[in-house]
Design a protein around this ligand. Structure first.
Ligand code: FE2
Ligand code: FE2
Length: 405
């Protein structure tokens, strides 16, 4: 390439290229256009040799590799090449770091930060969900911030030393059965956001971060419910085939929004009432603590599911039909199963009853009946918020799994 008349000078003093001197040379060359010249001076004995090697590697030319000797100093003329410019040809910005995410995230942006200048030629990320409408809710950044600020330590947030010895043995067995059931539901609630997260384009970083905190929340719920179940020395309660079949249909749901809808809007929405119920009828402080802490986290999970599903339904009215089908499909798949573990239902009655007297059992039975009415009302309210007409919301709520989640 023809050298132009323009020449800059940079002096390395006794700094060698093998101890950071190349930074000064690169900085000086960055200010030049290809073809312009830079005179590099310095007193390091290997400067000429090292500079020639460095220039070959970076596509610049050295006019005279030995350099001109000026007293103890060396002076080498470098002509800037165009490899640096060529490298960034075809590079694109992966959206705007400070602004809203793009409607569509390119697979070729890969793992680049939102707003980064992406060099062409990297591996595509192969994300399954790369369109904003299919994963986004405007409340996601605020929910993530709230989640990050609300993380609690299971070791200190719960008074594990609070006595459970005063809980009558059969009530304690009921608590252990309910905790056993909660753990299996929490495990499903952990796996699903983790799976959605692994297939989400990271351009939608606030959703990615929110799903990560959601999975972390569920990890804590698994821990504290397990720990409460074991406080009286075990063993754990039963796990029913019907309950597990119900949860398995959630794990198998391939679509992001449908999975979020079934898990968070219908399942975790129903669990809000369940956790409040267990908290209100807790026979000991630990049971009250763990359900109080879990329900706070669940409220965020429900808020995202509702906001995201409403966001997509607002832009694509036909999507309500797909959601409706997902509830019907799940209902059909579970028709031949028992739904809720009978031991869990009975345990909830006993928890609310507090004793085995016929009058107490009647109260407990009524309390669980009222709980199911509140669960139904909550589901209908959320379904209506998403866009379902009231009659359809009532129908879909009635088709929701008897397993609650
Ligand atoms: Fe949970
Ligand atoms: Fe949850």
């Amino acid at each position: 390439m023809p050298a132009t008349e323009h020449t800059d000078v940079t002096d390395l003093a006794d700094l060698g290229l093998d101890e950071g001197g190349h930074l000064l040379v690169a900085r000086a060359l960055a200010r030049l256009a290809p073809g312009e010249r830079l005179t590099v001076t310095g007193r390091h004995p290997a400067l000429g040799v090292h500079l020639a090697a460095w220039c070959r590697e970076h596509g610049h030319q050295v006019a005279d590799e030995r350099g001109a000797l000026v007293g103890p100093a060396v002076s080498v003329m470098v002509v800037k090449g165009d490899a640096g410019e060529r490298r960034w040809r075809g590079a694109v910005r992966a959206g705007d770091a400070a602004g809203a995410p793009e409607a569509r995230a390119e697979q070729t942006w890969g793992l680049a930060a939102r707003g980064a200048l992406v060099e062409a030629g990297g591996p595509p990320i192969g994300a399954q969900w790369s369109e904003r409408e299919h994963v986004w809710a405007d409340v996601a950044p605020r929910l993530y911030a709230a989640a990050a600020a609300s993380q609690w330590d299971p070791a200190t947030a719960v008074d594990w030393a609070a006595p459970v010895g005063a809980v009558p043995e059969e009530i304690e067995r009921a608590v252990v059965q309910v905790m056993t059931y909660l753990v299996e539901n929490e495990q499903a609630a952990l796996i699903i956001p983790a799976r959605l997260l692994s297939q989400l384009h990271p351009h939608y970083r606030e959703v990615m971060q929110l799903l990560a905190t959601q999975a972390a929340d569920e990890a804590r719920h698994v821990e504290v419910f397990t720990r409460r179940a074991l406080l009286s020395g075990g063993p754990l309660g039963t796990s029913s085939a019907g309950g597990r079949a119900s949860l398995q249909t959630l794990l198998a749901e391939p679509d992001f929004t449908t999975a979020s809808f079934l898990l968070s809007v219908l399942g975790e929405g129903t669990f809000l009432d369940l956790l409040h119920f267990i908290h209100d009828h807790a026979p000991d402080l630990v049971t009250a603590d763990v359900t109080r802490l879990a329900v706070r986290d669940e409220a965020r999970h429900v808020a995202f599911g509702v906001a995201h599903t409403a966001h997509l339904a607002a832009s694509d009215k036909a999507y309500l039909g797909a959601l409706r089908q997902s509830v019907e499909r799940r209902h059909s798949a579970l028709l031949d199963t028992a739904g809720l573990n009978a031991e869990v239902f009975d345990s909830l009655v006993l928890l609310a009853a507090g004793s085995w007297s016929p009058e107490a059992i009647r109260r407990g039975w009524q309390a669980v009946h009222d709980l199911q009415s509140r669960m139904d009302a909550g589901r209908r309210r959320r379904l209506a918020y998403i866009g379902f007409p009231d009659d359809e919301a009532a129908e879909l709520s009635a088709l929701h799994t008897r397993n609650f989640m």
